[in-house]
Design a protein around this ligand. Sequence first.
Ligand code: PLP
Length: 368
Amino acid sequence: MILMNDFQREPPELRNAMLTAAQRVIESGWYVLGTEVATFEERWAAVCGVGYGVGVGNGMDAIEIALRAMDIGPGDEVITTPMTAFASVLGILRSGATPVLADIEPNTALLSQDSAARCISTKTKAVLLVHLYGQVRAMASWQEFCTTKGISLIEDCAQAHLATWQGKVAGSFGVAGAYSFYPTKNLGAPGDAGMLVTNNLAISERAGRIRNYGQSVRYHHPELGMNSRLDEIQAAMLTTRMKWLPEFTERRREIAQAYREGINSPLVTQLAPPEEPSAHAYHLYVVSCPLRDDLQTHLKEHQVQALIHYPIPVQAQAPCMHIKRDPLGLTISEAHAAQCLSLPCHPQMSDEDVKKVINAVNGFNSIL
Ligand SMILES: *Cc1c(COP(=O)(O)O)cnc(C)c1O
């Protein structure tokens, strides 16, 4: 079976480097918020081209903490997309702010600026722009949109490690960026981890307090924080795994290119290509098909795993039925949820695996 992720096929050198790093941490006797975390924060912030990184427990917390550190909370509205991991919206809700859902563009599945414009109210404080599937797109236009409307741009970079638009890396366009290092992300830890990146010193300092009970110096709590500390083992694993990230990302791009050129079933529609090759990190390679469920079954029969991101848009989740949204509705996200399918696109895939996926997809045509 060609899987969506296959960690057991990772290079033995990477496995060994992780074991060495784990041993280093265990022997150090320091397990939470120490030098490993500081090193990873510094290195990941540098990769993103920003001044500060604040290691936190996971990507969802990074969103909540970014909002809280920017003084966005109860009474404030944050516009985002319904076609995302539920955590994007849950992070907004956890901060106390009100999420407002704007629809997506049909050819990219990214947030629609026209729809976002219809969601603006006097309470709007920010757009949480999700770099869905790993793609950074139209950033100058989003920056201008936010400046014009007098609101902040915050980036959900959980799928977009190393995605680069006109020389700038995801997380460096807005006031703050939220990264997840959940195992299946392009840079993944063997556990939960996340980071807030920003160029704003005050936001980074406040985020550093919020993640640790709101503590400024030991036992002093000038505000109510939470516990979302990053631990030394995960940080050490991430600093180690970072060294493989450029080559892994290049491999994802090669696979994506092969899919774009090779998939030609008339029943399968490809999303629009990125504005430049580096602007997509291909966390997921997504196609759409009106007979999506049949295609998924067909692929499984041909030993290809395929998953759906996401089958249920946020507005259709039980706790979100009455969530605020574009007055014109969210029909594009509903259509996309019914037709999208993610093909395996991970760096451990061989050229032969890639051909097998392409042949399996193109073979779908003939069964009808
Ligand atoms: C994974 C993900 C998150 C949440 O990250 P966690 O580390 O799982 O909390 C948020 N947004 C998007 C787009 C994601 O893919």
